[in-house]
Design a protein around this ligand. Structure first.
Ligand SMILES: *Cc1c(COP(=O)(O)O)cnc(C)c1O
Length: 367
């Protein structure tokens, strides 16, 4: 069956980005594939990353980790969002490393007496996950029933690499590593760097870097770190959709719900077969689609399953043609960064929110 829309994922772009990140960091790389691999497809992307040299895979949820394992991933997998009450036994059974950030979770894990592999998460200034108030008490506990594989933290402002807060976080991280060492625990893996830090904060790689967005070829922050191109990254996802309809419209017609836009000229409008149910932000204004070498901007509000673009009076598009919603920008098409700017959000959200109705196709981009 021919789809009405698809996200094409170029595995060679992921491989190239991973190679770039590996050579930059010169330590082990953990490919972050949480949230359906930022919309790129959990299992396929996990397998592509493993094949392309990722030393580890990382996810938020236990069920994501188990899905990777049961689909044949063999490299170590770290899952970092397991509240007390999680099925820690299943984590152990599937050989999954888990992050521990509270005494409550630690005690449940110890009670299994199974030497579960853990990475101790410490809060060094992000004030999100990780030990902070419980740290001193945690250090008094008995670690005999777990295998401490790692200690890790997370940067709050790595996309502003010159901020003093980054070096402060590294200082606190080193101090907490020392605390642990003082009770005789010296984990093999110390890690704090995300994509932005891997690219821009040299000296913070420790033993492992956890890269998400950059592996997908997107810049962690276009304003402060530069574009994908400037960072030598290749956007892996191209989003395409078919035109349900192309029709000639006169100037002065109101378009869409609320009649928020009016055709400014006699023109051809294209009805694109994607909407906010597919992850196209309803507030997007100033992005659009690409057809036959030209950009066609959104006109009016995005609806649930459709949005309307102004193709221009002399467009050759006809009903049923494919248009590019976003791509790597190399042909002049809109990028995920353009869509983010048009929707008051970040590229992370643009790719991650692409919904399950959109099939992921693992194939090169097409124009
Ligand atoms: C999501 C996440 C990452 C990856 O961040 P990017 O900015 O996409 O590289 C790394 N570590 C943790 C703990 C995360 O939650």
């Amino acid at each position: 069956m021919e789809h009405r829309a698809e996200a094409r994922i170029d595995s060679s772009a992921i491989a190239s980005n991973l190679a770039r990140l590996k050579s930059t960091s010169s330590v082990d790389v953990l490919a972050v594939v949480k949230a359906d691999a930022y919309g790129h497809g959990l299992i396929e992307t996990g397998l592509i990353a493993e094949k392309s040299g990722a030393d580890w895979l990382g996810v938020a949820l236990l069920e994501e980790a188990i899905a990777l394992r049961t689909h044949g991933v063999r490299v170590p997998i770290l899952a970092w969002l397991l509240p007390p009450g999680s099925d820690f036994r299943a984590a152990h059974k599937h050989d999954i490393d888990i992050a521990v950030a509270s005494i409550a979770a630690f005690k449940e894990i110890c009670a299994l007496k199974s030497k579960v592999r853990i990475h101790i998460e410490v809060d060094t200034g992000m004030t999100r996950g990780g030990f902070l108030d419980e740290w001193q008490e945690f250090l008094t506990l008995d670690f005999a029933d777990v295998e401490v594989v790692g200690i890790f933290s997370h940067f709050a402002r790595a996309d502003e690499p010159d901020e003093k807060e980054n070096s402060d976080q590294v200082t606190r991280f080193n101090a907490m590593i020392e605390n642990l060492s003082a009770i005789g625990i010296n984990p093999r893996y110390k890690h704090i760097s995300n994509s932005a830090a891997t690219l821009k904060i040299h000296g913070a790689a420790f033993d492992l870097v956890r890269t998400g967005i950059a592996m997908y070829g997107l810049s962690p922050d276009v304003k402060t770190l530069g574009s994908s191109k400037e960072l030598n990254l290749k956007p892996a996802m191209q989003l395409r959709a078919k035109l349900h309809l192309v029709k000639e419209c006169q100037a002065g017609l109101p378009v869409g719900y609320g009649a928020t836009a009016i055709t400014s000229r006699d023109t051809k409008l294209g009805i694109v077969t994607m909407g906010y149910a597919d992850g196209i932000p309803r507030i997007a204004q100033g992005a659009g689609v690409f057809f036959d070498g030209r950009r066609a901007p959104i006109i009016g509000r995005v609806s649930m399953d459709q949005f309307v673009v102004d193709l221009g009076p002399d467009s050759t598009a006809v009903s049923g043609d494919w248009v590019v919603v976003f791509g790597d920008g190399s042909h002049g098409e809109y990028t995920a960064d353009d869509w983010a700017a048009a929707s008051q959000t970040i590229n992370y959200e643009i790719v991650t929110r692409i919904g399950p109705r959109v099939p992921r196709i693992y194939a090169p981009h097409v124009y």
